[in-house]
Ligand binder design. Structure first.
Ligand SMILES: Cc1cc2nc3c(=O)[nH]c(=O)nc-3n(C[C@H](O)[C@H](O)[C@H](O)COP(=O)(O)O)c2cc1C
Length: 177
């Protein structure tokens, strides 16, 4: 078991998956981690659709430039904001971001790979029609999940120095790398 900090730092987007199926127990753990994310007023504005049906996965693959990722995944989780239960759009959207990050981190801990798909939002209408969601549902992301194909995955980030100021804008945070 790794620490939370190790899990955060070691998580990488995984876009290639083996044929291994994902257990219902693991899917439930991922959903449990999502629902325990913080939300403004504890509003819990999220709704999830777990997709394992091959026919539906094929239809969703046609809604994105990232069709290979979608087709290769074993489980997709479509994440929605239910506008009928919204209290503040921006805050609810941020809470959903936290829920999604919890899912990605849970996947690392479970030995699963995942990637947050946002480009598919361009085809929100098509996706929502395939999934038959109510009018009030606004698509936030689709998470693709599977057992990762073993390979080194690199990523990079801006330095803390580029991102952080001390006390006020302009003075770089001391000790930053
Ligand atoms: C809002 C959002 C939308 C994203 N959309 C996509 C996407 O459509 N396709 C994709 O392959 N990755 C997508 N990603 C993953 C990013 O490309 C990835 O997180 C970033 O390059 C950093 O790499 P890392 O996650 O491996 O650290 C998205 C991530 C976020 C947070």
């Amino acid at each position: 078991m790794s620490t939370t900090i190790e899990t955060i730092l070691n998580r990488r987007s995984v876009r290639e998956y083996t044929d291994e199926t994902i257990s219902e127990k693991d899917i439930n753990t991922i959903l449990d981690c999502a629902r325990w994310a913080p939300s403004g007023l504890n509003n819990q504005p999220w709704k999830f659709i777990v997709i394992q049906d091959e026919n539906t996965i094929t239809k969703l693959a046609q809604c994105t430039h990232y069709s290979t990722i979608v087709l290769g995944s074993k489980v997709l989780i479509a994440v929605y904001l239910d506008n009928a239960e919204m209290y503040h759009h921006d805050k609810d959207v941020m809470a959903i971001g936290a829920a999604i990050q919890n899912m990605l981190l849970a996947c690392v801990e479970l030995g699963l790979g995942s990637v947050w798909l946002g480009e598919i939002l361009k085809q929100e209408e098509k996706v929502s029609s395939i999934l038959e969601v109510p009018e009030s549902y606004e698509l936030m992301a689709v998470i693709a999940i599977g057992k990762p194909v073993e390979k080194e995955r690199m990523s990079s980030r801006k330095s803390i120095a580029e991102l952080t100021f001390e006390n006020k804008f302009g003075k770089k945070w001391i000790g930053s790398n």
